[in-house]
Design a protein around this ligand. Structure first.
Ligand SMILES: CC(C)(COP(=O)(O)OP(=O)(O)OC[C@H]1O[C@@H](n2cnc3c(N)ncnc32)[C@H](O)[C@@H]1OP(=O)(O)O)[C@@H](O)C(=O)NCCC(=O)NCCS
Length: 156
């Protein structure tokens, strides 16, 4: 599906409305769908670290996806809990989100993206040029839950 990039934006989460939709999409698309039994904590201190940057994918003014861009070490960006609203999946929006997040990472001076991928999303990342990594990404319980580390080098 062809998605003109100018219809999309990937701003950092700022307003109460953006926070509310950010949490709702993550809770529904990731925790309910993929991690049943695992509670979602909106107040997780990990969300508020200064090197962790929550973003939303906006299309035609509507929030339809989420990603947290983490600054990892000096050169990497970790993309955490990428999610597209459940009713809008498999329409190309996730691929647009990845492109915009990669651009944001480049602007932040990063040269490599690392992701701890849930096994069900592996095909999505492989289809978007990512490859299996070496397990070096720092993380807490989500790394154990998600299992696969994948990465891509950013062409500058
Ligand atoms: C994974 C996710 C972000 C992908 O976003 P999306 O908008 O659905 O994906 P796209 O439409 O851009 O998919 C692009 C390509 O990736 C592959 N792909 C995407 N989702 C896939 C799936 N569930 N199974 C197999 N291949 C998949 C396909 O090749 C697809 O192209 P196609 O639809 O023409 O076959 C989204 O489905 C989602 O939020 N899933 C639930 C949460 C999740 O798994 N997040 C990732 C955690 S690490």
């Amino acid at each position: 599906m062809d998605h003109p990039l100018e219809r999309y934006a990937l701003p950092p989460v700022r307003s109460p409305h953006e926070w509310s939709v950010y949490h709702a999409i993550r809770r529904d698309a990731i925790f309910s769908a993929l991690l049943p039994g695992q509670a979602y904590d909106e107040h997780d201190p990990d969300e508020f670290q200064h090197r962790h940057l929550p973003h939303v994918l906006v299309r035609d003014g509507e929030i339809i996806g989420t990603v947290r861009i983490d600054l990892v070490g000096e050169t990497q960006a970790g993309l955490r809990l990428i999610a597209i609203r459940r009713d809008l999946q498999r329409q190309g929006h996730g691929s647009v989100l990845l492109r915009l997040a990669e651009h944001a990472a480049r602007v932040l001076g990063r040269t490599e993206i690392v992701i701890n991928a849930h096994p069900t999303s592996l095909s999505f990342y492989l289809a978007n040029g990512y490859r299996e990594g070496n397990g070096a990404m720092p993380g807490r319980c989500r790394q154990r839950l998600f299992g696969w580390e994948i990465f891509t080098n950013l062409r500058l």
